[in-house]
Design a protein around this ligand. Sequence first.
Ligand code: SAM
Length: 232
Amino acid sequence: LQKLKESEKAEVATYFNGTGFERWNRIYSKSDEVNKVQKNIRIGHQKTVDDVLTWIKEIGEISDMSFCDAGCGVGSLCLPLVALGAGSVSASDISEAMVEETQRRAKIGGLDLNRLNFKISDLESLNGSFDTVICLDVFIHYPQKAAEEMVHHLCGLSKKSLIVSFAPYTPLLALLKTIGQFFPGPSKTTRAYILREKGIINAARACGFEVKRRKLNQAPFYFSQLIEFVKK
Ligand code: SAM
């Protein structure tokens, strides 16, 4: 199986420590300084985050559960997760700027920092064992085979469930991507990949995980397939 090229990963890290950080920090905030496209990405992304939180709320008591938020960005998921009462949350990102922003927002939000760990780390270097591993909208930087390899890795970190979201391969998205109408942000600076869902599901199945539920979230310029896998 294919690993993500180091050069490509370094490009992504540089982007998310610089212009990418400025852009995505604005998108993932309440700032008015966003254009129409960015506003739609914000709306679509919030749907994904809200779905995950709804699913986790269904569990009920989560104070004894451990979570891993892999590629946490500015903390859009891990911060509300701590606020919900999660026992422990490990938040990591390849970008130092993103991790620092997550920390800053956690402090401003008055969250219990004893239940939140921060780490600057790429997905490949993550280790440990968590009840639930979550990785939202990070696979956009991974080509199909590398994303499948990453599903294997993330399954290995999970005791109970894995929640991932990614831009799904559909003929329409493939066309939009080709003519440059989709991913107007990242595609100009880093490469953006759309993934075949079947390959992602098969990779998880090979690790003993099965699909519990799926949800496609959309807004103009945002398409994200969310899947919850549970260990059999
Ligand atoms: N998961 C967050 C969310 O949904 O709010 C952030 C999504 S943002 C579109 C993508 C994030 O993935 C960025 O913060 C970026 O730095 C991070 N990222 C990209 N490639 C990564 C890698 N190989 N390992 C860890 N993080 C990565």
